[in-house]
Design a protein around this ligand. Structure first.
Ligand code: SF4
Length: 442
């Protein structure tokens, strides 16, 4: 039996295909490949850099679907089904909207694939795929390693992706992760994480956990084990980490370079309405949190969400000023997205505030980085424009230079400076390429 694992692209720019120069390994497909029985031949196809080989014989196409790639994923599924190849789809969007996904696939896997992946393969082999497979696991990626040989030669950034945990104990109202895991935080066995690190060759790791510190005691156990390995690593974590000194010490000693951190907003009322509990104790300008993060030498990729009900054009400009003053290494200024089936999505739907028929991810008129709902303090167009301006100014050559000087002022290593120079230029390029991109290729 032969299967094809597929990572869809987002779409296309006005005059050409979008090629993500900052693309990372599609970890979830490597994990699936690692769980696949040895007698099944596996091919990995990354639509972000290579053409879909519809003509190449395969017995099953397995497509991972995120909300941003759903339109393209359905195009690929249609291509395979037209050739008589059965299609199974899974991933975040499949769990958020199984019925929609089911209209484009022979089988849908919702939740975690671990408990059902071998059943899916066996049913595909026998030609008896069921429409729905439901996986719920307590232990991520048990007794299997990611197949990284499939990533070779595809031009991924030189950083190894892996997971220590999945999900998050918080339940922020706009968060698709929270909807997927229902407030559960699942932790992988530490000896298996160490085995995974041992089986790869790099010294730079990215734990793509939704919130690596959501179970602080488990995180400390991991960090203790990482210290002797002398790795460098980054991850994503909630701001409340700064309240646990032991956690911070172990994190820094274990080689943590920094995190993507959800600051979201400078307005406590916005955070309260969205249920962003880990930020609730923070002052309006996060002075304490920033001081602690700097004390431990962590670089911050600050993530902000724009378009909260309490936001105005002025408050959005205030976020830019705050990000520049704080000299964050990187920052993302994302318009709030109504992910399907989240509490915030339903609230907007009930209030008649969703644009694009409530289905922005499939709507032919929707464009990447545009507002998909009616904000309260401005028009949707004004929000789209304000977000773009904020991103453009934060990534302007002058702002890059000031952040670079701030970085040196923090007495950071040459290694970090080199990383900053490479990645900040890359992210700036991608930012302008992606703005206004269409979803899907059709
Ligand atoms: S803390 Fe982050 S990952 Fe956790 S629910 Fe909130 S937004 Fe989602």
């Amino acid at each position: 039996m032969r299967i094809t694992l597929i990572k869809p692209n987002i779409g296309r720019m006005e005059h050409s295909l979008y090629v993500d120069e900052g693309r990372m390994e599609p970890l979830q497909l490597g994990v699936l490949a690692g769980m696949t029985p040895a007698d099944v031949e596996v091919e990995l196809v990354d639509d972000r850099i290579e053409a879909i080989p519809y003509e190449r014989p395969t017995d099953l196409a397995a497509i991972t679907v995120e909300t941003f790639t759903a339109r393209r994923a359905y195009e690929i599924a249609a291509g395979y089904r037209a050739q008589g190849v059965p299609v199974v789809m899974g991933g975040m969007h499949a769990t958020l909207l199984p019925q929609e996904v089911g209209r484009h696939a022979d089988a849908v896997c919702i939740g975690d694939a671990e408990p059902v992946w071998k059943h899916i393969l066996e049913d595909a082999r026998r030609g008896v795929l069921r429409p729905l497979y439901e996986g719920t696991c307590d232990l991520p990626q048990p007794a299997s390693l990611t197949r990284r040989d499939l990533f070779r030669g595809k031009g991924y950034l030189p950083i190894t992706l892996l997971q220590f945990s999945r999900g998050c104990r918080y339940t922020c109202r706009f968060c698709a992760t929270s909807r997927f895991f229902g407030g559960r935080h699942l932790v992988r066995r530490i000896d298996e994480v160490l085995r995974e690190i041992d089986a790869q060759e790099r010294k730079l790791l990215f734990f793509v956990d939704d919130n690596i510190v959501a179970s602080p005691e488990s995180a400390k156990e991991l960090f203790r084990e990482l210290i002797p390995l002398k790795m460098r690593w980054v991850s994503q974590g909630s701001l409340d980490m700064v309240n646990d000194g032991e956690l911070m010490r172990l994190m820094a000693d274990s080689g943590c370079l920094g995190h993507v951190m959800g600051f979201e907003s400078l307005r406590p009322e916005n955070l309260r309405v969205m249920g962003k509990t880990p930020n609730s104790g923070a002052g309006s300008r996060y002075q304490h949190e920033l001081a602690v993060l700097r004390e431990y030498g962590l670089q911050i990729w600050a993530a902000f969400t724009l378009g909260h009900d309490g936001d105005t054009l002025e408050s959005i400009r205030g976020i830019l000023d705050f990000a520049l003053e704080s000299r964050f290494a990187y920052a993302a200024f994302n318009i709030l997205m109504p992910y399907p089936n989240t509490p915030w999505y339903h609230e907007l739907a009930a209030a008649g505030r969703l644009l694009y028929d409530g289905c922005w991810w499939l709507h032919p008129d929707y464009r990447f980085n545009h507002a998909a709902f009616l904000p309260r303090g401005m028009s949707a167009e004004a929000l789209t424009e304000a977000a773009f301006q904020v991103r453009a100014r934060f990534n302007s050559p002058g702002a890059l230079l000031r952040r670079f000087i701030g970085l040196q002022g923090n007495l950071l290593s040459l290694y970090r400076v080199a990383q900053f120079l490479i990645y900040s230029r890359l992210f700036r390029r991608e930012l302008f390429k992606k703005q206004g991109m269409r979803f899907g290729l059709g």
